[in-house]
Design a protein around this ligand. Structure first.
Ligand code: AGP
Length: 614
């Protein structure tokens, strides 16, 4: 999730853009850049923060100009460094672009452009796009707006882009598909940004491009809004913004955590984008393709992680063993690093981490490398320490996770492991082609099923209000949902400070059932697939001891409904994918209980987003 700021008008663009970029740093940054036009093009960019970028604009002359673009990058293609930072400039030096999104077919386009003599400095998909636009302008003899439209009809992927041509500095072109773009409308001036935070102090009149829409804006003229596909003209819908700065940063949600819970359908689409291709019966994961023999000959996968990432690893254990028949063990990084673990030649060590900076996990990787292990990382932050220390890996593309309590990090990590396990199962022939196709098509439907699950929000708020004063809680699950029980308990304890424990449901009779009384809420994942009858028995044991039961069930379930005090229905899915759905109500439950308890949901006490110390 990158940050875009553009300006064209009568003011000096530099302060508007640089301050606007600072407002957007919550969207994630690993590098930043800014380009201005004033008699000539001035473009500077750097790895690091916006403050580091500011240091590069030294002279007054460098900060003058009435048209400009700025960008904070959250890397998806290409390491975070100066060259890969935006803006990117076309080979002629005339076109300047900033981009938020992923162009899936950029490599094929890049090869074609290279054959036509174009040269590339960076590893980014964005530099390919700006040269594709230039190539269309040259070959079709069309203006920037038409060239952008024609170029975008050749690309596959998600984008919010803003482009200008230094030869025509009174015009700016922007377009969106899947990534947000807001246009602030002032007196003889336009502000363009990923959201309204950079321009809300200048104007409250804004319009938001919809998917497959583009805008050609000229200083002093009405915006020309078009449909990218058919060029049809669209009347701009201009609204007066009522949101505060803080509300806009959170996308209108009260907390980043709730925003990130609701982002999960779209970020999971990003996780799968260009990778899960049901129409081709294909899963493309370059990290695995480059080391396929390692995985096909693997005797064991050792997953290492902490907290939520460790829980995701536990789901991965069920996925890799069930689908690809590869033995897995899951280790806490903090324990693994201090043991003298036995790692054999055909073992794969697989660190799982959202931040890519967790000290214990980093230390565990270094220990594994001393034993010549092959390291395959699953991480969210491109270019962070853990991927850099690893031989290969797969990024989750979850975008920045600001809330300390991980939510979309968990589901995207599980999604990556599901893709990996499925790909390897097909390669190894451990599942039939019909099973593979069934799994693949179901995986593609998960985002929509999460959207449906999120519709239980209001009912979950009522349940949360009922249990907000609990002092303890138990979470139970079996099979694939045992790790979900652990994750649900972690969510509750870390943001509401209620003591909560997760258990395999069958473990109750080995001790925890002594805790059950009328004051103990027990959250049970009792979805239809897996050991359903067994978990129903567990529910009956709890009920007979007056425990309060909140059950997550498959929609249409009637049996548990007659036993539980509250029932939250989730759509049916394959057993292997139930963690992706069952975790959603538990995220919402912990969120609303914490809110009712007046806790600081985004920054819970004693916790940091990334534990970079021991
Ligand atoms: C989970 O909600 C916490 N934020 C914490 O347990 C976290 O999962 C853990 O610190 C690991 O962080 P990482 O994924 O960035 O390595």
């Amino acid at each position: 999730m990158c940050g875009i700021v553009g300006y064209i008008g009568h003011r000096n663009a530099y302060p508007i853009i640089i301050n606007g970029l600072k407002r957007l740093e919550y969207r994630g940054y690993d590098s930043a850049g800014l380009a201005l036009f004033n008699h000539d093009l001035i473009s500077k960019k750097t790895k690091g923060k916006v403050a580091d970028l500011e240091q590069l604009f030294v002279t007054k002359a460098e900060t003058e100009g009435h048209i400009g673009l700025g960008h904070t990058r959250w890397a998806t293609h290409g390491e975070p460094n100066d060259i890969n930072a935006h803006p990117h400039i076309s080979n002629s030096g005339n076109l300047v672009i900033v981009h938020n999104g992923i162009i899936e077919n950029y490599d094929a386009i890049k090869q074609t452009l290279i054959q036509r003599g174009y040269q590339f400095e960076s590893d980014t998909d964005t530099e390919v796009l700006v040269n594709l636009i230039e190539d269309v302008m040259r070959n079709e003899k069309v203006g920037l707006g038409k060239a952008v439209q024609m170029a975008l009809n050749e690309v596959v992927g998600a984008y919010a882009i803003v482009v200008f041509d230094k030869q025509n500095p009174d015009e700016m072109v922007m377009a969106r598909l899947g990534s947000p773009l807001a246009i602030g409308i002032g007196e003889e001036e336009y502000f363009i940004a990923s959201d309204a935070t950079p321009f809300i102090e200048f104007t409250k009149n804004a319009m938001y491009l919809e998917d497959e829409q583009m805008a050609i804006i000229k200083r002093g003229a009405e915006p020309d809004i078009r449909n990218i596909k058919d060029d049809s003209k669209i009347l701009p819908y201009i609204q007066e913004l009522q949101l505060s700065l803080d509300q806009i940063e959170k996308g209108g949600y009260e907390h980043f955590m709730l925003k990130e819970i609701y982002e999960q359908p779209n970020v999971l689409r990003d996780t799968m984008r260009g990778r899960v291709l049901p129409e081709k019966n294909l899963i493309k994961l370059s990290g695995i393709d480059n080391y396929l023999n390692k995985f096909l000959n693997a005797d064991r996968i050792i997953m290492i992680g902490a907290g939520t990432s460790w829980h995701a690893g536990l789901v991965g254990e069920y996925l890799f063993e069930e689908l690809a028949r590869i033995p897995v063990e899951v280790e806490y990084s903090s324990e693994f690093r201090y043991r003298n673990p036995i790692i054999k030649d055909n073992d794969i060590v697989m660190p799982v981490s959202q931040s890519g900076e967790t000290a214990d996990t980093l230390a565990a990787i270094k220990l594994a490398k001393e034993k010549n292990a092959f390291i395959y990382a699953i991480c969210n932050v491109v270019g962070s320490s853990i991927p850099r220390e690893s031989d290969s890996g797969t990024y989750t593309h979850a975008g920045p996770e600001i809330g300390v309590a991980s939510t979309k990090a968990f589901t995207t990590q599980v999604m990556v492991m599901a893709m990996m396990a499925l790909k390897l199962a097909k390669e190894k022939g451990t599942i039939s082609m019909s099973e593979y196709n069934l799994y693949l098509s179901e995986l593609a439907q998960i985002p929509e099923k999460i959207e449906k699950t999120l519709k239980t929000d209001l009912y979950i708020q009522q349940i949360a209000h009922f249990y907000k004063d609990a002092t303890n809680a138990l979470y139970l699950g079996r099979g694939f949902n045992f790790p979900v029980a652990l994750e649900g308990a972690l969510k509750l304890k870390e943001i509401s400070y209620i003591h909560a424990e997760g258990y395999p449901a069958a473990e109750m009779k080995h001790g925890p059932i002594a805790l059950i009384d009328e004051n103990m809420p027990v959250f049970v994942i009792a979805t239809k697939k897996g050991q359903y009858e067994k978990i129903v028995s567990n529910i009956q044991e709890i009920k007979s001891r007056k425990g309060k039961i909140i059950a997550i069930v498959t929609e249409g379930d009637t049996q548990v409904k007659n036993l539980a005090d509250h029932v939250i229905e989730i759509p049916e899915t394959l057993e292997a994918f139930t963690p992706l759905l069952a975790t959603i109500p538990l995220q919402l439950l912990s969120y609303y209980i914490a809110v009712y308890r007046g806790c600081n949901v985004d920054q819970p006490r004693n916790l940091a987003k990334s534990v970079t110390v021991e």
